[in-house]
Design a protein around this ligand. Structure first.
Ligand code: GTP
Ligand code: SPV
Ligand code: MN
Length: 597
């Protein structure tokens, strides 16, 4: 943690990056209006038709800056072992030297914004503070929505609260080394990108990208990578999880957190509109949960964010009506298509495809175009408060008591619709072994199956083996009856002809209903090698047409395929060496022996 005051740090960075002006941000609507108008003027934002979508804007990024850049993301700990085999490591002193070189003069001709923000309600014991310095006004606007930007944060820091210095530059100075002025572009960025984290000093340096998790530093950088390292040291968990309240017809509340890899359905489940009579859902968070033991010996969770940065494609009135209703106004869209009426469109938003659009690259588009109108990772940025299903306790400083944790991924094969773990240790094993098909949320080949333990592969700020150990310890410190129950779900299993076996979306209610009934101890389950499956008669299928063969396929546990999976797990675990918790091997052996019998 830095000993500098915010003023000292800002002065130091200003003398390094040499901006034209420094603006201290306060998160006010006046600031929003001024910055958004200036960005419309300069062409970075397009104001949408106010009659259709008031106070909403479209940004089109540089085509080379459209997603998180995982191979440019670094964990800079003194020892490489502490970053572990799943992270890109750099030695901190060398990295700082390299970064200082890049940041030198990087804000010439631009304004440097100082954005004090809180992750979590300002008065929550679980909240953590940060200050982002950025030369992107688009980032400031996004931070307004995604975090709590307030000068009150500076008061807290002045009174001694810890804070994370988070430095960001798009790396596109408007004056070159010879003093010549360059014309600005609508999406300045740099081909060279570094998203660097220093967990030992809780610092973030991000260079070259203006997009999403690369640039909105409160999100993945602070709330997950720095947050997970803080959580390890302080006894809590920073997780890539949605957070919901589920209420049964008899009024019993269940709080559920779920970790699915990027673009695997968190926002959709967080906004589920239950389609079974009497069940209700409250949205608390859609991407990140901070979980800590409380004085009652239970785990409590908050959503540290204040907004949604959600995937646009696939979001429509049929799949996610709650999201569609959330986006009625005050929304920042990035890389979606523009309609002739001045509104937005993306694949999957409506069944009817508009005859003409301007696509995310700014070109004319028609239904017979070869490329999608919206980028596959195009997104909406909108306040949680606009969500019609927002939970009344979504910003309660004390958070909510956690009853269940779900792990999921995109698996065309093997993984059943839902499996319950036998106990906490088995649940940690389930989380540690998640395999998922890669999506467009990060640069890389879409569809490749990769391990994404706890959906944290790109987000864990320290050695993944230590992280599993920390999970084991946090759970074991709780009385067994106080531990959340752990489940694995998979909405994405496919038939031999490549079709999804499960309708998903609103129909996932049937799965969470079963989970809630298990939590209440109302029903039994079926023991199999990989855990506990529903008895088919307990799964509420009223009103759903699904072929009996599809249902059977959804719950099929092919022991041959699972033996192969167990062997792959053994190979995967080997890379962690001494850092692999012994319990993980115990669980693997248990799985193998159950598969053999
Ligand atoms: P990040 O914001 O990247 O962390 O993604 P996310 O986990 O919040 O995923 P999101 O809910 O935005 O869904 C990603 C994509 O998966 C979208 O195109 C959705 O339409 C699709 N999707 C979500 N839930 C389901 C489901 O139950 N079944 C199917 N087939 N697709 C789904
Ligand atoms: C994810 O990729 O998990 C996201 C989008 O939520 S980003 O903020 O860009 O990381
Ligand atoms: Mn995410």
């Amino acid at each position: 943690m830095t000993n500098l005051t915010v003023e000292q740090w800002v002065a130091e960075i200003a003398s390094l990056t040499t901006p034209d002006a420094i603006v201290w941000c306060d998160g006010s609507s006046r600031e929003w209006n001024e910055l958004s108008e200036a960005l419309v003027e300069s062409g970075t934002l397009i104001r949408l038709n106010p009659a259709l979508r008031p106070n909403s804007f479209l940004a089109r990024t540089d085509p080379g800056d459209v997603a998180r850049v995982e191979d440019r993301t670094f964990i800079c700990s003194t020892n490489q072992e502490d970053a572990g085999p799943t992270n890109n490591w750099r030695e901190p002193v060398a990295m700082k030297t390299l970064l200082r070189g890049l940041f030198k003069g990087s804000m010439r001709g631009r304004t440097m914004y100082v954005v004090p923000f809180s992750m979590g309600p300002l008065n929550s014991p679980q909240a953590r503070f940060g200050v982002e310095i950025t030369d992107s006004a688009y980032v400031v606007l996004s931070m307004h929505i995604m975090t709590r930007v307030s000068k009150l944060v500076l008061d807290k820091i002045n009174l001694g609260a810890q804070w994370v210095p988070a430095l960001h530059s798009v790396g596109a100075p408007l004056i070159d080394d010879e003093g010549n002025t360059k014309a600005d572009t609508t999406w300045p960025c740099n081909v060279e990108k570094y998203i660097a984290h220093f967990p030992e000093t809780s610092e973030i340096w991000s260079f070259g990208s203006g997009y999403g998790g690369n640039a909105l530093l409160g999100k993945k950088c602070m709330s997950l990578r720095i947050g997970s390292a803080l959580g390890r040291d302080e006894g809590w968990l920073a997780e890539h999880m949605l957070l919901i309240r589920l209420t049964s017809p008899t009024g019993k509340n269940f709080h559920i957190a779920a970790a699915f890899p990027s673009a695997c359905g968190k926002t959709n489940l967080a906004m589920l509109r239950p389609n079974l009579p009497g069940w209700q859902l409250g949205t608390i968070g859609d991407d990140i949960a901070w979980i800590a033991p409380d004085s009652n010996g239970r785990l409590r969770a908050i959503n540290p964010e204040a907004g949604f940065f959600g995937v646009a494609p696939g979001t429509g009135y049929k799949t996610n009506p709650v999201a569609m209703e959330t986006l009625f106004a005050n929304t920042l869209f990035t890389n979606v298509a523009l309609t002739d009426e001045g509104d937005v469109w993306w694949e999957g938003m409506t069944e009817e495809i508009p005859a003409h659009l301007i696509d995310w690259t700014g070109n004319d588009w028609s239904a017979d175009s070869a490329t999608p109108a919206a980028h596959p990772n195009s997104r909406f940025t909108v306040s949680l408060e606009q969500c019609p299903t927002i939970d009344p306790n979504w910003d309660a400083p004390e958070g909510v008591e956690l009853d269940a944790i779900l792990f999921g991924g995109r698996r065309a094969t093997n993984v059943p619709l839902v499996v319950e773990s036998r106990d906490w240790q088995h649940g940690v094993f389930m989380g540690a072994t998640i395999f998922s098909e890669q999506t467009a949320a990060a640069e890389g080949v879409v569809g490749t199956l990769r391990r994404d333990p706890f959906a944290m592969l790109p987000f864990c700020g320290y050695n993944m083996g230590d992280y599993w150990q920390h999970w084991l310890e946090v759970g074991q410190a709780l009385e067994p009856q106080n531990r959340p129950k752990v489940f694995q779900v998979n909405w994405f299993r496919k038939s031999a002809d490549g079709k999804f076996l499960w309708p998903g979306f609103g129909e996932n209610t049937r799965v969470v209903e079963w989970i809630a009934r298990r939590l209440q101890g109302e029903i039994d389950a079926r023991e199999v090698a990989i855990g506990r499956l529903p008895k088919l008669e307990d799964l509420n299928l009223t009103g759903l047409t699904i072929a009996p063969e599809a249902l059977e396929e959804l719950f099929k546990v092919d022991s041959g395929a699972w033996k192969v999976e167990a062997d792959l797990t053994e190979e995967y675990f080997a890379q962690f060496g001494q850092r692999l918790p012994a319990e993980m091997n115990t669980q693997l052996e248990l799985l193998k022996s159950k598969l053999a019998s």
